[in-house]
Design a protein around this ligand. Structure first.
Ligand SMILES: C[C@H](C[C@H]1O[C@@H](n2cnc3c(N)ncnc32)[C@H](O)[C@@H]1O)NC(=O)c1cc(-c2ccc(F)cc2)cc(O)c1O
Ligand SMILES: [Mg+2]
Length: 214
C-alpha cells in the first residue's frame, strides 16, 4: 500500500541524517521539503527566528502545541540546557508515531515528552500529570482556530507566569486573526511580529512573539 508523506519524510531522515546529530535531521527534512515534497514544518527561515527566540530565553519548561513530524521539536530541544524539558502535544496518532522516530534519530528523546492527545484535553492536566508549575516558553503550531482558546485555557489553568513567551506560527498563512487581535490588544501581553515566509515558499507568513505580563 502507498506510503504517507510523513513516512517518506522519516525515510529521508534515516537515509541522509546522522543518528544523534539534530542539525543533520533538520537539514535532511528541509532538503526533503524543498526538493521532494512540501510539508507543513515551520521550516528553515522561520526556524532561524524560532532558534533565536529560544536561545535568548534559555527556557527550562517548554510546551509545543502540534508536533506533526517533530521538526520544530528537534529545533527547540537541541537548544535546551541540560535538565530542561519539552512537552509536545500531537493528536494524530500516525504523525505522533513518525515524530517519535524523528526525535529519537536526533538523539533528543531524553529532553522531549511527546503526548498523544488534544491540547484542550491535556492543558488542564499539565500540573497534576506532569508536575508542571508554569511554562517558560510555548510554541503554538496546531489547528489555527485553537490558538486563542488554548491560550485562554493556559491563562485560566495558571500555566503562564510573568515573562512567559508565546511564539505562534502561521499568523499570516493560514492566519490566526482572532488570536492576533487578542494578544496585540490585551493589556496582559507585549506582542511583536516577525515577518517571514511560509515554509519553503515565497508566500508571506510570520511568527508572533507575545510576552505574558501577568
Ligand atoms: C495543525 C497542523 C500541525 C499539527 O497540529 C496537530 N494538531 C492540530 N490540532 C491539535 C490539537 N488541538 N492538539 C494537538 N495537536 C493538534 C495536527 O495533527 C498536525 O499534526 N499545522 C497546520 O495545519 C499547518 C498548515 C500550514 C499550511 C499553510 C498553507 C497551506 F496552503 C496549507 C497548509 C502551514 C503550517 O505551518 C501549519 O502548521
Ligand atoms: Mg506551522
Amino acid at each position: 500500500t502507498k506510503s504517507t508523506r510523513p513516512q517518506r519524510l522519516l525515510k529521508a531522515v534515516q537515509k541522509h541524517a546522522t543518528r544523534g546529530d539534530p542539525q543533520s535531521v533538520i537539514s535532511a527534512i528541509d532538503h526533503f521539503c524543498r526538493h521532494s515534497e512540501w510539508a507543513m514544518n515551520v521550516g528553515d527561515e522561520k526556524g532561524c527566528i524560532l532558534d533565536s527566540v529560544v536561545s535568548e530565553l534559555n527556557p527550562e519548561k517548554v510546551l509545543e502545541l502540534g508536533t506533526y513530524c517533530g521538526y520544530s521539536t528537534v529545533r527547540i530541544a537541541r537548544l535546551l540546557p541540560p535538565g530542561a524539558r519539552l512537552i509536545t502535544l500531537e493528536f494524530n496518532a500516525d504523525y505522533a508515531a513518525i515524530a517519535r522516530q524523528v526525535i529519537a534519530w536526533a538523539g533528543l528523546e531524553d529532553k522531549v515528552q511527546l503526548v498523544e492527545g488534544a491540547s484542550g484535553d491535556w492543558i488542564p492536566r499539565m500540573k497534576e500529570h506532569f508536575g508542571i508549575e508554569t511554562f517558560d516558553f510555548v510554541f503554538l503550531d496546531h489547528w489555527k482556530d485553537r490558538y486563542l482558546p488554548d491560550t485562554k485555557l493556559m491563562e485560566d489553568c495558571g500555566l503562564l507566569r510573568k515573562g512567559t513567551v508565546l511564539l505562534a506560527d502561521n499568523v499570516i498563512c493560514p492566519g490566526v486573526p482572532d488570536y492576533l487581535e487578542y494578544v496585540r490588544n490585551s493589556l496582559s501581553y507585549k506582542s511583536c511580529y516577525f515577518k517571514s515566509h511560509l515554509e519553503y515558499t515565497k508566500a508571506e507568513d510570520g511568527l508572533e512573539k507575545s510576552v505574558f505580563l501577568g
